[in-house]
Ligand binder design. Sequence first.
Ligand code: ATP
Length: 453
Amino acid sequence: MAKTTVNDIVALCKRRGFIFTGSEIYGGLGGAYDYGPYGVELMRNIRNAWWNAMIYSRDDIEGLDAALITNRLLWKYSGHEGNFSDPLVECKKCGARMRQDKMRDPSKCDNCGSTDLTAPRAYQLMMGLSIGAVSDGEINAYLRPETATTTYTNFKNVLDSRPHKLPFGIAQIGKAFRNEISPRGFVFRMREFEQAEMQYFVNPSDDEKYFDMWKETRMAWWVNVLGIPAEKLRFMPHEKLAHYAKAACDIEYEFPDGFDEVEGIHNRQDFDLGSHTKSQREFKINASVMENRDSTTKLAYSDAQTGDSFIPFVIETAMGVNRAMFAVMLNAYTVEDLGDGKTRTVLKLKPWLAPVKAAVIPLARNVPELQTIANNIENDLRKLGIGRIEMENSGNIGKNYRRHDEIGTPVCITVDHQSMEDGTVTMRHRDSMAQERIKIADVPARVREICGM
Ligand code: ATP
């Protein structure tokens, strides 16, 4: 079968209600997408899988959900106001605006091929806000461009309320906003997107050990939890490091156009806590930081045994949730040849990621007894609390199977006349299309087992 393309996923997303163009009925808005009935479920399941691995399965990481609108000073001292920009180049012939470091050939316009280009200029990526009646349109706040900085500014709040010894982490999932020059690749590069980021605070002498540990831990999660085969993922170390980083490495997924970043793992040393802390001179700060005259709080760690107070190093894991969902869909999308010129499209998702966990299908619409049995099965499955269960009442079994294959539903449970006689139903499995007859009483336990929950 042909290789999956981005257009296959775009079409499936629209047809089956995963992702729509933002502001679509007014012509759309570049870099903004709306998630539909199944998209919200898949996103939620990826978020939950991440939260489960990062928080519920460990003792050393706390959760946080910080505000999206933030005081300007956060971004002054984080360095974003001065440095968070991309090199913008304009074509003097066709007017196209491009990000120089992502151009196919930096000497030629991506759009018309002209070599008549402006020199690159720094283009600020943050979305400024003017908040409050007295602001008079002046930028006095920003929509956050990442979750990490609001984690650093809450370091002391979290540590004071949930004391930990080093190493420990703080994790957040939430929206981030960047005024990207050229949003592209469907949901690959958006202006509003979601990140799942974790900042792990370590003793400076342990940084390399934990950088390696998090690289391996995160890669294993992509393989085992998201179900991406190891050969479609790779580590890509950064050759050119950002001014704050001591080491950095991306996890890349093989998209249809080649490998590209889905998650970053960074050794940020003491740059962030050192930038935002009060009384910087009291500490030996390794990274080069701006003098901070505004912070009200020391963002240091006190070792109870030695009495030392110091600024920990940070190992960050930073995943894009939308990119993860995109990679998961590209990887799961399969067109199977059924012979006789027939094909079927299946989304072979790991069952715990599937937007719908099971569909219940009464074979005839007008037989009340069948409806009652189907309703009871649906209720019993809903009581499991494992996610969305759907009742299909169209009466067209073939169409129902096709729809659920396309959205990745792991099993369909069909209720027919035999169910009334012997209390059994047909369980049809998505990937193998195998059908088995099982007792109605066994359905909830089987579905729970299949969904791995
Ligand atoms: P890029 O080099 O692609 O611009 P980045 O290195 O700036 O990304 P980070 O700041 O490290 O990205 O953000 C962590 C993750 O957030 C990325 O690995 C990516 O999955 C996701 N991400 C970043 N920018 C976007 C965007 N504009 N749209 C969707 N996801 C994004």
